[in-house]
Design a protein around this ligand. Sequence first.
Ligand SMILES: [Ca+2]
Ligand SMILES: [Ca+2]
Length: 227
Amino acid sequence: MNRATQSGAGRSAGFTLIELLVVIAIIGTLVVAFAPALSGMLSRGDEAETEARQIELASMVESYQRYYGEYPPDDLSIIVKDKQANWQFGADNGKNTGIESLVLHLSFDAKAGGKLDERMEWLANTDGDKAPVDVPLLGTRARYEIVDAWGTPFAYFSATCGSAYQGRQVILGATIEGADALEVFARPWKHPETGQWLNPRKFQIVSAGPDLSFNTDDDIVYPTVPR
Ligand SMILES: [Ca+2]
Ligand SMILES: [Ca+2]
């Protein structure tokens, strides 16, 4: 009786070891098989987060337009309203200009629709520049950009100052660990079929997407580019 029990226990331990190895092998196979799908799911999560930021931001831009009668400019040298004329932008380094202008214009007056002080996690200062005085509402001299889910500043284009959008902007992109930030160029989008500007006379908010480069197929554009 005793011998039979011991023998059974020995077999059971043996099977457990084999089963363990089989389970490890199965897990390994599953990880290899589903890693691309998992990566794709994470990427889609970043895309959804980026789109959500664009939609909320667009709502702030429309609120600003309803309040001031014009869209926020994408050029820091342009002061749209008298009440902002005394505010000091400081010297422009030519980087991230459109989105920095948007941050500043949304940060002058809470009644104009800007709620960026509630979205500080969206803000980064990839080029490290500063204004001579604190930015109203944000309470800091940092000239912030609004970034997408990959940490690249959005490109903000406004057609307020003419029927056409201005040319390219220089964006200092996401910092990859151990490397200098990437300096990339962004251009406003045109409708692929008509060749006309997307959202004419209004604005565009463009994310470089997962490839961190602008004007490529994975860009996430507000409003959406028909493809
Ligand atoms: Ca900046
Ligand atoms: Ca891209």
